[in-house]
Design a protein around this ligand. Structure first.
Ligand SMILES: Cc1cc2nc3c(=O)[nH]c(=O)nc-3n(C[C@H](O)[C@H](O)[C@H](O)COP(=O)(O)OP(=O)(O)OC[C@H]3O[C@@H](n4cnc5c(N)ncnc54)[C@H](O)[C@@H]3O)c2cc1C
Ligand code: SF4
Ligand code: SF4
Length: 367
């Protein structure tokens, strides 16, 4: 049984989510260059508060926020509790092209702002004060449509939540948070302990997660794109579509200062991009079965299954658990291609897409 963060960090099961640093501000983080992650620096003392919220203790790995709503939800062992599963993309082709998959994540975030349901979004965005790959992206609050648009795109880069409370202006802030499933689990656990934070965080949006990539993945791509150490990197588009290709075919583009940019060859020709090799992956990801972000109001991923994956612009698969999110989806603005109660689409995805380790992991971990 692992129930303390000392054992988790010592044995390399920490992804550096930063949540322990939110509940215990004595916990500081430092970049471990070889692992490419910001990890907590711990002394030989007990961290009882932090143990209670770390998403990787045995107790917290099975945490289910939606269990209390189980009467009104369906359940599938692969997705956890859910209301509906949809395949969708936004109709506006320019907006869709600016997002990674079908653009549903940014669409929902902007809808929440426009309807005054939130005042801002906590998500991974460009760190504008750095051009160093070691801290190119950080958790930020976007409070305008423009800022939400600027942060579009999948970041295969580790976030860290430790400073989120410093970013929140007041008790009146109403926020949505975007994160990987284990980050959403730690946020829900933090909110159980911290009423103020719970009052601030109104919606949790998870991205489907095959696994996370450490900072070293970006360095590896930079090497392939021939980015020089002296180049000032402003942003990385990890998934620039190759127009004539399918949704699986893309390249990474490094945006440099002076409007210059450098790109990799198509990613499928780069060794580390085969996700089943698990390159630059934190060890914790090998033991994680929360691919579907079971604690989020909505979990959004790539519909990398036929026939949707033939469209290079990308299409989303989304698992909805909160009625308020369903109400935001306007069929005038979205192609809602398929909506279903059962998770057969998810099964299909597992069988067809090599990115999904889900089935294997569930079996391996005997869930
Ligand atoms: C590490 C990682 C692994 C993934 N693995 C899979 C997978 O195996 N299968 C699958 O179907 N989908 C996976 N996804 C999700 C997929 O890549 C898309 O992010 C998702 O489909 C949303 O696309 P979109 O067009 O709706 O998002 P967009 O409209 O482009 O918006 C993306 C939003 O997410 C935020 N964001 C991006 N990356 C992060 C991050 N790392 N942490 C916090 N916020 C972030 C952005 O700030 C932005 O607000 C993964 C994503 C990540 C980051
Ligand atoms: S809470 Fe997050 S950063 Fe802290 S030990 Fe657990 S996984 Fe690591
Ligand atoms: S695979 Fe699991 S442990 Fe790894 S980043 Fe994704 S949600 Fe977290």
């Amino acid at each position: 049984m692992i129930n303390d963060i000392q054992t988790i960090v010592k044995n390399d099961y920490c992804v550096g989510c930063g949540a322990c640093g939110v509940i215990d501000n004595e916990i500081k983080f430092e970049l471990n260059q070889s692992k490419g992650l910001r990890l907590p620096k711990l002394d030989n003392k007990e961290y009882l508060k932090a143990n209670s919220i770390c998403p990787f203790t045995n107790k917290n790995q099975g945490f289910s926020y939606f269990k209390k709503y189980k009467q009104s939800l369906e359940f599938d062992p692969l997705t956890g509790f859910y209301k509906e599963i949809i395949i969708s993309s936004i109709k506006d082709s320019k907006q869709r092209a600016a997002s990674t998959s079908g653009g549903l994540t940014s669409y929902i975030l902007k809808k929440l702002i426009k309807k005054n349901l939130i005042t801002g979004v906590l998500h991974l965005a460009q760190n504008k004060s750095s051009s160093n790959l070691d801290d190119l992206f950080e958790y930020k609050i976007s409070r305008s449509i423009k800022e939400i648009d600027e942060a579009r795109g999948t970041k295969y880069y580790p976030g860290n939540l430790k400073d989120i409370k410093k970013l929140i202006n007041s008790d009146k802030e109403k926020l949505a948070i975007v994160g990987l499933p284990c980050f959403i689990r730690s946020i829900r656990l933090l909110c159980e302990k911290d009423e103020k934070l719970k009052n601030n965080i109104r919606y949790a949006i998870s991205l489907v997660c095959g696994h996370m990539k450490s900072i070293n993945y970006s360095k590896y791509l930079a090497y392939h794109a021939k980015v020089k150490p002296q180049d000032l990197v402003q942003d990385i588009d990890y998934r620039e579509p190759i127009e004539e290709g399918s949704a699986h075919e893309y390249r990474a583009r490094f945006k440099l200062d002076d409007n210059k940019s450098l790109e990799t060859i198509p990613i499928k020709n780069i060794y580390a991009e085969n996700w089943s090799y698990g390159a630059c992956m934190p060890k914790a990801c090998s033991f994680c079965d929360d691919v579907a972000g079971e604690n989020a109001d909505i979990t959004i991923g790539d519909a990398w299954i036929p026939p949707f994956d033939s469209d290079s612009r990308g299409t989303n698969i989304a698992i909805i658990r909160n009625n308020e999110i369903t109400k935001l989806l306007d069929s005038q603005e979205l192609n809602i291609i398929k909506s279903c109660k059962i998770s057969f689409v998810v099964f299909l995805a597992i069988i067809v897409s090599p990115k999904f380790y889900w089935h294997g992991r569930k079996r391996l971990l005997n869930y």
